[in-house]
Ligand binder design. Structure first.
Ligand SMILES: C[S@@+](CC[C@H](N)C(=O)[O-])C[C@H]1O[C@@H](n2cnc3c(N)ncnc32)[C@H](O)[C@@H]1O
Length: 473
């Protein structure tokens, strides 16, 4: 991070602007908005600056810049069109350890003015650290359209009730949950429609008769890895949680999006290597919820597809714990799209079966006869270790040795690899390319479409990735 975003309170603090033209004027206006005490130094001033001085909003010093002008200032701006003067301002400020900004000269900016979405007191600042101001402006425009104009009023209302809420709820977590309920309630729509009295009344009622703070578990599917595949609901719940219980399969980029101060608990889970027993994870979820916590149980892919979401939710239901389930994009869907392999295709596959290569120890054998039928696609989860067995069984039950296969490792992530081959080569390809978990096996005629469709798929749908998907023959 090149610049640390901080919001400074400039109320009556002295700041200096060197320059008397339009650029200086704009900087003065920004400072005046923050109620700073503005001094402007220049041999001449534009009309607007002179008018502002006449209204006693700022002080004009009609002099050539001299190093003593920076003394005692909090912030300094050089806004002249003379490089030598700007350099002198920069040097003088730096000599005094004062933050300085030389307009349009990013290397000489110790601080910068970000693009702002203003819903006072809510202020959103966007900066590209001088690298792409147009991009920053476009982001601001997007935010302008999605942050409602009543947001500022809502924040002011919350501010008015802050002390009362603090007195009513002693712990930070209880206060946070109270505010979450408020912002989910019709207090918001009342503010939006201008019924501020109604909003105040409702808030007072919620405060005087608060319902018992109730824990809840959100069982959230995080998708296969690309954070842009998260659903909006998943993101919202990840940001509300007090505790986040996660598996290895959830990518780091996704974990970066959970609430900053949430407690994080890793419960592991890799094939054959469960760092926390499933029963203990179930009990942990129940215990956190019974303590009144909002728990986000986040899982790779979809929680109900080989995710043990079903087992966890059964236990929550048995203990009367409230829960929500948020579907995620399952690995088969993500790997299919990001490798250009449609799972069904009118010419090649009329059915798709999701299969696990990793059964419970006492699990039954799969229906190999059914799985070996042609004109269908198999998406095999957790199939890497058992690939020799899967290959042998399918061949034994009549699937053609030349049936196309694809192995998608780290699907949808920047490190995605796609290995192509035939069924008779499945285990060999896995060994040869040292395929690591997570990887999905796609078995069926559609796998051959990878060569035809992969690049189309990448340019259309993986645009957020810096590098193209690696393909291995
Ligand atoms: C325990 S299962 C979880 C499946 C998950 N609930 C889902 O819906 O995708 C783990 C297996 O899913 C597959 N998998 C998950 N994420 C993947 C990814 N990004 N790329 C390839 N395969 C993945 C692998 O076969 C992995 O062994």
């Amino acid at each position: 991070m090149q610049y640390l975003p901080i919001f400074t309170k400039l109320d009556d603090r002295p700041v200096l602007v060197v320059g008397g033209g339009d650029v200086a004027l704009r900087k003065c206006q920004a400072f005046l908005k923050a109620r700073a005490q503005v001094t402007v130094v220049a041999p001449e001033f534009c009309t607007e600056l002179t008018e502002l001085a006449a209204q006693e909003k700022l002080t004009l010093v009609k002099e050539y810049f001299d190093t003593h002008h920076v003394l005692g200032m909090m912030l300094v701006i050089a806004a002249t069109d003379n490089e030598t003067v700007n350099q002198a301002v920069f040097d003088a400020a730096n000599a005094q350890n004062i933050f300085v900004n030389v307009v349009d000269d990013q290397p000489k900016c110790g601080f910068i003015f970000p693009s702002i979405v203003d819903r006072d007191p809510i202020t959103i600042a966007i900066s590209s650290a001088g690298t792409a101001p147009v991009l920053a402006r476009r982001i601001r425009e997007k935010l302008e359209t999605v942050i409602p104009h009543h947001t500022g009023k809502l924040a002011r209302l919350a501010g008015d009730f802050r002390d009362q809420v603090k007195a009513r709820f002693k712990s930070f977590s209880d206060r946070r949950q109270f505010w979450e309920r408020v912002f989910d309630s019709s207090v918001v729509s009342k503010v939006q429609t201008g019924d501020e009295q109604g909003a105040q009344q409702q808030l007072t009622e919620m405060l005087t008769q608060p319902s018992k703070l109730e824990g809840e578990v959100y069982v959230v599917g995080a998708g296969p890895g690309d954070p842009e595949l998260l659903t909006i609901k998943a993101l919202q719940l990840m940001q509300q949680a007090d505790v986040v219980v996660y598996d290895y399969l959830v990518s780091d980029e996704i974990m970066d999006l959970v609430r900053r101060d949430a407690d994080l608990v890793c419960v592991g889970k890799r094939a054959g290597n469960h760092s926390v027993k499933q029963e203990d994870t179930n009990q942990m979820l129940v215990n956190f919820a019974k303590q009144g916590k909002k728990v986000c149980r986040i899982k790779g892919g979809d929680p109900f597809i080989y995710g043990r979401g079903g087992e966890e939710v059964q236990v929550l239901a048995q203990h009367g714990v409230k829960y929500q389930i948020v579907p995620g994009i399952t690995a088969a869907a993500g790997c299919s799209a990001y490798s250009g392999i449609p799972l069904t295709h009118r010419d090649h596959a009329q059915a798709i079966q999701f299969v696990t290569g990793h059964c419970k120890k006492d699990g039954q054998e799969l229906d190999w006869r059914g799985l070996a039928q042609p004109n269908q696609t198999l998406a095999v989860y957790m199939g890497v270790i058992k690939s020799p067995h899967i290959q042998a069984k399918l061949l034994e039950h009549g699937r053609a040795p030349e049936t196309p296969i694809a192995i998608v490792e780290n699907g949808t992530r920047q490190s995605q690899r796609v290995v192509r081959g035939t069924l008779s080569e499945l285990a060999e390809k896995i060994e040869q390319h040292d395929i690591q978990s997570p990887a999905l096996l796609i078995i069926g005629e559609v796998a051959a479409l990878h060569e035809e469709l992969a690049w189309f798929g990448q340019s259309e749908q993986v645009s957020s990735f810096a590098q193209p998907i690696t393909q291995v023959a």
